[in-house]
Structures are given as structure tokens and as C-alpha cells.
Design a protein. Structure first.
Length: 626
């Protein structure tokens, strides 16, 4: 807001947002200096009755627009409880203008110096205003005292109601002549000649009405006689001079106007026709103000979050540029500080689209700099378990073998993301979008995938042990050779899903319309046909695989503790680094099996055939060879 004085006018220039909040269409409020009666720099007094129509009001924040009070119509634009400037007006649309501006004291002094000469010049000539509807009752009050008795003999009454832009009809009635009344013929001789610019018409014995202004009033002259009723038309908003015939006294100027109805008169009108639109406009203004304020807050928050991300990247430079063995030690202080900094930074972001992009950029930065699990990484500097990755955007990212164990990925965008071999054990992927994602051989053990979108996702060989896929969408998805022990798919949408070779157990919950035999799924149990099955990393603790055919199966790093493999065909099976502690291998055929690095503690070998099997120490066994 900017105040200026131009050509004897005070101009208040509003900014565009100030116009919106005040519901003021014009950019400039112009006030003639001659119409300013006083200026104060004090806080205005409160009024008990105040109607906002239209405007914006948010307590302790902003008060703007047009307000109707017991003092009259006022314009407010106040944004703080100080620096007030109150301008009192006369003959203007607003009775008062109340602002809060910088340098209010300077404008208070300047305006008071300017308006003093203007107030003095307003004293001459003396003018009075009279409502056109009250002209008949008040006319005598504006005449010289010596002629009041004569004036009272002429009564002017209202004939038609006033309408803006139209004439008002009045009827003049002349009662019986008073003792002071002179003859009409004598009246013409007494009257003074009028100037060329004025027309004098006698309206009653003793005084004249002289019309002034551009639009002359249509007054019917009375020359010789006074009929009982005489019509005259007086133009509203014009000025007329009432003077005596002999003009011995100074005439008094009276302006006939349409007076604004008082507050009490307004109460008689329908309140609903005024208050309801006012409330609607006020509510609309408040909503606009809240939208603008919310927009500004979001811009400030967005800038702050971007600065947080930039600061995080800068803090990681030292670790990336100067790596050392001590830095990647899982027990050192640096590892804990980096993890804490990363998790704290992620928590400071929200769930907006821009913050989701920032979370994705941060994880991609850590992945590509090998600070978290990645392909061919021997050890990660930090773990992102419990990380807040809600609504994170990873769309089309390549995150092969990434370690996101226990991460919170609710509502995350993983469309077309490459997650081959990713470790998502215990992660929360509720309502996540995994459309078209590549999750081949990923580990989703105990993962929460309720209401997740897995349309056209590739889940070949994925480990879904005890995963919750309630109400998940797996339309056109691939679940070939997936491990589904204990998985909950009871309410999942498996329309056109490829379940060929998927492994299930008695704990697996499938939809009622899915027939495992028809879908060519393979049960994991006694005498099961698991030839060429990919069960790497599978959890087969205490599984009953008695007499199962596992020829050429892949059981690398599988958990087979306490499993019953008696009589099973394990020829040429890949069992590297598998945990076989306490497993029952009696009568099993392990010829050609690769047991390098496997844990065979407390096994029950019985008469197991280990001919040409590669033992944990890398040697070839001849047990069972003939």
C-alpha cells in the first residue's frame, strides 16, 4: 500500500492482493483533501455493532474491506495492532478510512497541515442540506425570521415517492390569505428585477425561490392569483436559493438532496436480504484469504525443505570424497552419525509430491554412492530400516539389490522400478504403486502389501513368505516360481495372473476361485514335485519334504533347519551356504549336490547318498558310490 497526494487529492494505491482481500475493484482510492475533516494516528475505538459486507476478517491477522458500523460506512485495511492512520471524511462514499501503514506519524502530521486551509475555505458560502422528502416541513426553518409567518401559510407536501434520476412532484396549497398577505398585483411591483441568469417565481406572498445549477427546476410561476392546488416539480440533487422579495437579508443556500436512510430506518428492511449475501461474501473473502495465506506458507515450506536436502548432500561430501576402511566399519561413530542424519532428514519431509521427489532423490544418492546396499557392495555404511519413505517417488529408478529392510514405503511410487533381488523384508508397502515393477527374486518376507497395486509386475521367483497381500491388485502379474508359504492372498485380485510353478503350502491363503492344480502351482510337502525349483533364500524350517523330488533345484542360502528331507531326491541340487542344521537326510539322494559353505551341524545323514557331492569344505564325497 502506498499513499500519495496528487492535485489536492489523497490517493491510496492498493496492491493486487490487497484489492482481493478488501474486495475493492479499483486500484486507487481517491479522496479530495477538502473532504477530509480530521486525521488521527490512534487506535480506533471498537463498536458493538459491525457488519462486514464485503471484506475479509481473520482475528489477529487481517481486517480488510467495507464495514457498516453505527458511525457509518467505513473502509478498513489493518494487518497489525499498531501504526494506525484514521481519516474522517465528509460527503464521501466512506465516512472513515482506517489503515495500518509504515510512517503513520509522518502522514498524520502531513495530512493535518494540508487539510487546515481546506477546512477554512469550506466555511463560505454557508450551505445547508435538506432531504427532498422533508422540504415541505423544513422550508420555514431556512427562511428569514421576519417571513416565517408568511411562509407558514404555504404548505409543500410530497405527492410521489422519490426515485433516483427522476423528478419529485410536490403540491403547493394556498390556504386563506393571512392578515400580512398583500395583494398579488402589489407583489409584482415590490419584487426586484431578476438577473439574466436567474428566474424568480413567487411561490407565496413574501418570498421567492431562485433555481441555480445546470438543470433548472420546473417551477410553475404564480403571478396574479393563487389557486387552491398548484403542482411544482423540484429536481432532486439541485440547489435552490430562498430569499425575501425585498432582498434585505442575505439569502441562504439550500441543497435539495436524497438523504441516506438512517440505521433505524434500515432495520425496517428485510434483514435476510442484506445479511445473507453479506455473510456469503464475507465467507468467500475469508476462504480466498486462507487460500492465499496457505499458498504463501507452502512456498516458504517448500523452500525450507529444498535447503534441507541441499544441506544434507553437502554434509555427505566428506564421506564420499575421502572414504576409508574406518568409515565403513559398522561399529564406528561415523556410521551412527550418518544414519541418524539420514533418518532425521527424511522425517523432516512431508508427503507432498515435491517432498516425495526429494525422498526419492536422497535414496538414489545413497544408492549410487554405495552408502546403502547395492550390487557388488560388500558392506553398507548405513541401514534404512525404519526409514520414513512414505509417498517417496522412485518411478523408473534402477535399484537392483537395494537394501530397504523394514522401510516405511506406504503410498510410495515404484512404477516401472527395477528392484531385481531387492531386500524388502518386513517393509510396509501398503497402497504402494508397483505397476510394472521388476521384483524378480526379491525378498518380501513378512512384507505388508495390502491394497498395493502390482498390475503387470514381474514377481518371478519372489519370496512372499508370510506376506500380507489382502486386497492387492495382481492383474496380469507374473508369479512364476514364487514362494508363497504362509502368504495371504485370500482377497487379492489375481485376474490373468501367471502362477505357474508357484510354491504353496497348507498355510498359503489363496482366493476361492484359484485352483492350484489348474494354475500348475506346486505344493511344498511330502512327495512334492519341486524339480528345477528356485527356492534360494527360502524359509523351509521344519518343512516336510519327505520323498520330495528336488532334482536340479536351487536352494542357495535356504533355511532348511529341522526339515524332513528323508528319501528326497536332491541330486544336483544347489545348496551353497544353506542352513541344514538338524535336517533329516536319511535315505536322501544328494549325488552331485553342491554343499559348499553349507551348515551341516547335527544332521541325520543315515544312509544318505552323497556320491560326488561337493561337501562344505569343497571336497568330493564318495559316500554311496559303488
Amino acid at each position: 500500500m502506498k499513499l500519495t497526494i496528487v492535485e489536492q487529492q489523497l490517493q491510496i494505491n492498493l496492491e493486487w492482493f490487497e484489492q482481493v482481500l478488501a474486495f475493492y475493484l479499483s486500484k486507487v482510492i481517491s479522496v479530495p483533501l477538502s473532504h477530509i475533516t480530521s486525521v488521527t494516528a490512534e487506535k480506533p475505538r471498537k463498536t458493538c455493532l459491525e457488519i462486514r459486507a464485503p471484506g475479509t476478517f481473520i482475528p489477529k491477522l487481517i481486517k480488510a474491506g467495507t464495514y457498516y458500523t453505527s458511525r457509518g460506512r467505513e473502509f478498513w485495511y489493518v494487518t497489525r495492532d499498531r501504526d494506525y492512520l484514521t481519516i474522517e471524511l465528509i460527503d464521501q462514499y466512506y465516512k472513515r478510512i482506517i489503515l495500518t501503514i509504515d510512517q503513520n506519524q509522518l502522514w498524520f502530521e502531513q495530512l493535518n497541515q494540508v487539510i487546515k486551509p481546506a477546512l477554512i475555505s469550506q466555511q463560505e458560502p454557508r450551505k445547508k442540506k435538506i432531504n427532498s422528502s422533508k422540504l415541505g416541513k423544513q422550508a420555514a426553518n431556512y427562511l428569514p425570521v421576519s417571513w416565517s409567518e408568511i411562509a407558514s401559510s404555504t404548505e409543500i407536501t410530497k405527492k410521489e415517492e422519490y426515485q433516483r434520476g427522476k423528478e419529485v412532484d410536490f403540491v403547493k396549497q394556498n390556504p386563506s390569505p393571512s392578515p400580512h398577505q398583500e395583494k398579488p398585483q402589489e407583489q409584482e411591483n415590490i419584487s426586484s428585477p431578476a438577473s439574466s441568469q436567474e428566474k424568480h417565481y413567487p411561490t407565496s406572498p413574501g418570498f421567492l425561490i431562485t433555481s441555480v445549477g445546470e438543470n433548472q427546476a420546473n417551477l410553475t410561476p404564480q403571478i396574479s392569483t393563487f389557486p387552491t392546488e398548484q403542482q411544482s416539480k423540484i429536481q432532486a440533487n439541485e440547489s435552490y436559493t430562498f430569499s425575501t422579495i425585498n432582498k434585505t437579508q442575505q439569502p441562504e443556500f439550500i441543497e435539495v438532496i436524497q438523504e441516506e436512510p438512517s440505521f433505524n430506518q434500515k432495520k425496517s428492511r428485510s434483514w435476510s436480504a442484506f445479511i445473507i449475501p453479506s455473510l456469503i461474501i464475507s465467507l468467500f473473502g475469508s476462504l480466498i484469504a486462507l487460500v492465499l495465506i496457505n499458498h504463501q506458507n507452502k512456498l516458504a515450506e517448500d523452500l525450507a525443505h529444498q535447503q534441507i536436502l541441499s544441506g544434507y548432500f553437502n554434509s555427505m561430501k566428506e564421506i564420499i570424497i575421502n572414504p576409508s576402511q574406518e568409515t565403513i566399519n559398522s561399529n564406528n561413530k561415523t556410521q551412527r552419525v550418518v544414519r541418524a542424519t539420514t533418518l532425521t532428514t527424511l522425517r523432516r519431509f512431508g508427503i507432498s509430491e515435491k517432498d516425495g521427489n526429494r525422498k526419492g532423490q536422497l535414496v538414489l544418492f545413497l544408492y549410487e554412492t554405495k552408502l546403502i546396499g547395492c550390487l557388488n557392495c560388500q558392506q553398507s555404511l548405513i541401514k534404512l530400516n525404519t526409514a520414513d519413505l512414505k509417498s517417496a517417488n522412485f518411478e523408473a529408478f534402477r535399484l537392483t539389490d537395494i537394501d530397504l529392510i523394514g522401510a516405511d514405503l506406504r503410498n510410495a511410487n515404484l512404477r516401472d522400478t527395477q528392484l531385481l533381488g531387492a531386500d524388502l523384508n518386513d517393509s510396509n508397502l501398503k497402497q504402494a504403486d508397483l505397476t510394472g515393477a521388476n521384483l524378480r527374486y526379491a525378498d518380501l518376507t513378512n512384507a505388508i502389501l495390502t491394497k498395493a497395486n502390482l498390475k503387470q509386475a514381474d514377481l518371478t521367483g519372489v519370496n512372499l513368505r508370510y506376506a500380507d497381500l489382502t486386497n492387492a491388485k495382481l492383474i496380469n502379474a507374473k508369479l512364476k516360481n514364487a514362494y508363497l508359504r504362509g502368504a495371504n492372498l485370500s482377497k487379492a485380485d489375481l485376474s490373468n495372473t501367471d502362477l505357474t510353478g508357484a510354491f504353496y503350502t497348507e498355510e498359503t491363503k489363496l482366493p476361492a476361485n484359484i485352483d492350484p492344480d489348474q494354475q500348475k502351482m506346486r505344493p511344498v510337502g511330502a512327495q512334492a514335485d519341486l524339480r528345477n525349483a528356485n527356492l534360494s533364500y527360502a524359509d523351509l524350517k521344519n518343512a516336510n519334504l519327505k520323498s520330495a523330488d528336488l532334482k536340479n533345484a536351487n536352494l542357495m542360502v535356504a533355511d532348511l533347519r529341522g526339515a524332513n528331507l528323508s528319501g528326497a531326491n536332491l541330486s544336483n541340487v544347489q545348496l551353497r551356504y544353506a542352513d541344514l542344521r538338524g535336517a533329516d537326510l536319511r535315505g536322501a539322494n544328494l549325488s552331485g549336490a553342491d554343499l559348499k559353505g553349507a551348515n551341516l551341524a547335527n544332521i541325520k545323514p543315515g544312509n544318505a547318498n552323497l556320491c560326488n557331492a561337493t561337501m562344505p569344505d569343497g571336497t568330493k564325497s564318495l559316500q554311496g558310490c559303488i
